[in-house]
Design a protein around this ligand. Sequence first.
Ligand SMILES: Cc1cc2nc3c(=O)[nH]c(=O)nc-3n(C[C@H](O)[C@H](O)[C@H](O)COP(=O)(O)OP(=O)(O)OC[C@H]3O[C@@H](n4cnc5c(N)ncnc54)[C@H](O)[C@@H]3O)c2cc1C
Ligand code: SF4
Ligand code: SF4
Ligand code: SF4
Length: 315
Amino acid sequence: MIDLVRLKDVVSSGRCTGCAACTIACTRSGIEVDEFAIINEELCRSCDTCGDVCPVIGGSPVDEFDNIIAVYKSRSNNIEGQNGATVSGILNSLFEAGEIDAVIGVERDEEWKASPVVITNKKDISRIAGTKYTYVPIFKAFKDAVNEGFTNIAIVGTPCQVNAARRIKNSNITSVKDKISVIIGLFCLESFYYDGLCKQVIEKELGIDLKSVKKMEVSKGKFIVMGDDEKSIPVKDLGKYVRLPCHKCVDFSAYYADISVGSAGAPDGWNTSIVRTERGIKVLDISKNDLEIEEGSIDAAKKLSDRKRKMAKEK
Ligand SMILES: Cc1cc2nc3c(=O)[nH]c(=O)nc-3n(C[C@H](O)[C@H](O)[C@H](O)COP(=O)(O)OP(=O)(O)OC[C@H]3O[C@@H](n4cnc5c(N)ncnc54)[C@H](O)[C@@H]3O)c2cc1C
Ligand code: SF4
Ligand code: SF4
Ligand code: SF4
């Protein structure tokens, strides 16, 4: 008999990103997500609703740059972040303007284990600042935020997470769809397994105590770890620690976001920001006192997008 639950194919093909969006769709609490989704056969009634929000089933556009409204170079006036802290600056402005009451973000512990978190005020934005190159099921925190009664939620995530957020927002799941206020995407070439990146590479190969690490960064083909000293390793040497679903992923610039933010194409200390929706225009307008905004270029993002698509074809 053909199994109608599309999620099972996503998981068995190794393409499940572990975003946990499907747990939002299942009214029977039939899905658990750790590294990937696991369906509880006893609870599942094969309705297939979960498939409607899955980014892998939804897929990515052929041309991820066909919805660009504007491209900027941007940075925050007063907040520290991964690059220009554009994301943190936008979140700060949205809290101040009363446009959002919660943010779904990613924090880390002292050993760089990342976890999804609900941030409910502007002074806590610093808890989620900075890139963690591992992956977390951010929709677990979204579920918590909805259960706690938040109604204007900002979601920040990688392209696959943003894809799921857009599908939830466009879905018929009335209990959650209108609670997403804004979707902010991050550029992303790949993410890594924690044990491989942090334990094997950073601790063993580079000999760095994770507790001393202040920042990690990818720049000019190098993965750079900044702590008491600065050490680096070529990104190409990290291939075996790239998460399985990332090998087939083709969205670099977070097509489904209201605003996408990355470092590619921007000078040090700045971001490249792509506005993609009317909501994105409004959000950037609200944020203009917190941000410096100048004309930007999409060329570097386009090159990396081409590279990502080429790599996915070769896998
Ligand atoms: C896995 C990953 C890979 C990336 N690869 C690239 C790349 O190849 N090229 C490029 O130009 N940019 C890449 N980025 C984006 C870049 O690292 C910055 O996040 C982006 O430029 C925004 O910078 P900022 O200074 O505005 O961020 P900040 O103001 O410091 O805000 C950072 C935000 O990122 C969120 N965040 C941190 N880690 C994660 C995570 N693991 N998953 C989801 N959200 C997270 C936080 O919740 C916070 O809201 C990547 C980001 C991630 C998470
Ligand atoms: S098919 Fe329906 S019941 Fe089964 S896990 Fe998906 S949403 Fe839940
Ligand atoms: S929605 Fe996310 S967690 Fe669920 S099957 Fe799809 S990729 Fe995996
Ligand atoms: S490469 Fe794709 S699947 Fe992997 S974290 Fe980035 S957006 Fe998600």
